[in-house]
Design a protein around this ligand. Structure first.
Ligand SMILES: *Cc1c(COP(=O)(O)O)cnc(C)c1O
Length: 488
């Protein structure tokens, strides 16, 4: 067999990439739901490559074979698109990345790309670590980043322990994230990025996204946001000029709870003071081909397809869950055993107005049912029980329909006490900074009928009036090892 030559493959790849770009351009004309449902997988692709399969196939394969040495050389040199090895790329993962890039950049008027990771924490690490490198122009200069303290517990640990304690990279903490002076006063020439989570988990801190973006760009650094709680159905930071969005795909996007996944979505040509043109031009392509290839935080193809399947319905789910959460928040706030309810959707929440500027159900104005913009505040809320921490535990332990789990975004309602779970490791001081008192219960509302969730909360709160809740659980759940039961 005579050699085709590397150029032959490069030309063929250029034609294929042009076709893909055209297909993505067509998808960009569609509404959010259509993009969520179809993603970047087209009929043409199904018929040409996938036996007509209407659902994106799961390529459960570690690697790809090549026609000849020329194709292999072109692929490994990244001269043609390839899934040479699934740590770097894989078609199933590519479908998930494609849809998330389109959804996060929906209506933003920018081109974005996405790289999937094995978890939300890996997405955060992948997103921020690329900026925490030495500036060759200023060797040995200290590095810092400016980030809100009201962040997910895992993020708090990654920043406080892995960056600050272990690597001596200063985390300049923003405690009141609506105070723009506090943000700005922390920035200096060694600041590498601004980072914020909104609405934050669990305290629902919220800040002015656009102002933070403008501030970052004034200093030539990127604005990075964890937008997990909002999801692209309710808020898309790229629309306000953000450089990078991280998602714990695990949560609302991957609502069925089959697994863990994360994603970094970045606009092309982002702002940075790091001299790395390749990274600046297409952050996610760079991340995928180089740092993540070397560090290996990558997603499995099976999880990519399972997540992809849930992503199709994200807009409808966030709409229904937001409405139910509002109903439940209104029930709780008038309950005699409740000290307070924190939900951005409640008018009395001190950040309600600010959140109302940003949190909208995407495309509600094109929806026959609504026909105009509709604020939606998501399905994460928290409430504080009157009395001491034990009261809170008693109510929590009496829940019978709402699952006790350190999870959120599930199709089933789940609740946790953050002080003893998601936010236990950061200590009392850290919890104070993150605004997490011991009597706080975080509730993430699922797609059950809200009446049934209210009924469960009502009976659980009844234990504070002396009502007895009788539940029996097997002592060991593994394999029915014991028939002994716990009475409470
Ligand atoms: C859960 C969560 C993370 C971490 O994601 P994993 O997928 O669990 O690694 C990050 N940020 C927020 C807001 C989260 O809720």
């Amino acid at each position: 067999m005579s050699s085709q030559g590397v150029d032959y493959y490069k030309k063929a790849a250029a034609r294929a990439m042009e076709w893909h770009a055209g297909n993505i351009k067509k998808m960009k004309q569609c509404r959010f739901d259509t993009i969520a449902v179809h993603g970047i997988y087209s009929m043409q692709e199904a018929l040409d490559f996938n036996q007509g399969s209407i659902i994106e196939p799961v390529y459960m394969s570690s690697s790809q074979t090549f026609r000849d040495s020329d194709e292999m050389e072109a692929a490994l040199g990244y001269e043609i698109p390839t899934w040479c090895y699934a740590r770097i790329a894989n078609p199933s993962i590519y479908y998930m990345e494609g849809v998330l890039a389109l959804l996060e950049s929906y209506g933003a008027g920018v081109d974005a790309s996405c790289v999937a990771t094995a978890s939300g924490m890996a997405a955060i690490q992948s997103a921020v670590d690329q900026f925490l490198v030495e500036d060759p122009k200023r060797p040995n200069a200290p590095m810092n980043f400016v980030a809100t303290t009201q962040v997910y517990g895992g993020t708090f640990q990654q920043f406080a322990i892995r960056k600050e304690q272990e690597r001596n990279i200063e985390w300049r903490r923003v405690v009141n994230s609506t105070d723009m002076n506090e943000w700005e006063s922390q920035i200096d020439e060694n600041t590498r990025f601004l980072y914020g989570e909104m609405p934050s988990n669990p305290s629902q801190a919220f800040f002015d996204v656009k102002k933070i973006v403008d501030l970052a760009h004034k200093y030539g650094i990127p604005a990075i946001f964890d937008s997990t709680v909002a999801t692209p159905a309710l808020l898309r930071p790229l629309e306000y000029g953000a450089d990078i969005v991280v998602q714990s795909v695990t949560k609302s996007l991957f609502t069925s709870g089959f697994g863990i996944a994360g994603a970094v979505i970045a606009k092309k040509n982002l702002t940075t003071n790091i001299d790395n043109p390749e990274m600046k031009a297409d952050f996610c392509a760079y991340l995928k081909q180089l740092p993540n290839r070397d560090n290996g935080p990558n997603l499995s193809p099976m999880n990519a397809i399972l997540a992809l399947n849930d992503i199709r319905t994200i807009r409808h789910r966030m709409d229904i869950a937001s409405r139910s959460t509002m109903t439940i928040a209104n029930f709780l706030k008038q309950h005699k055993h409740i000290e307070g309810v924190d939900y951005l959707g409640l008018q009395e929440h001190h950040l309600h107005e600010l959140a109302s500027d940003y949190m909208y159900l995407v495309d509600a104005e094109h929806d026959e049912q609504y026909g105009s913009p509709q604020n939606r505040y998501g399905h994460l809320m928290s409430f504080r029980i009157k009395g001491d921490a034990q009261n809170t535990r008693n109510v929590f332990d009496a829940l019978q329909r709402i699952w006790r789990a350190t999870d959120l975004g599930r199709i089933k309602s789940v609740a946790t006490i953050p002080a003893i779970s998601t936010h236990s490791q950061q200590g009392e001081e850290g919890r104070k900074l993150a605004n997490i008192p011991p009597n706080l219960i975080r509730l993430c509302v699922g797609l059950e009928h809200p009446d049934d969730i209210i009924a469960d909360l009502d009976q659980a709160l009844g234990v504070l009036d002396g009502n007895k809740v009788s539940m029996t659980f097997p002592e060991f759940s593994a394999g029915g090892a014991s028939s002994a039961t716990l009475k409470r």
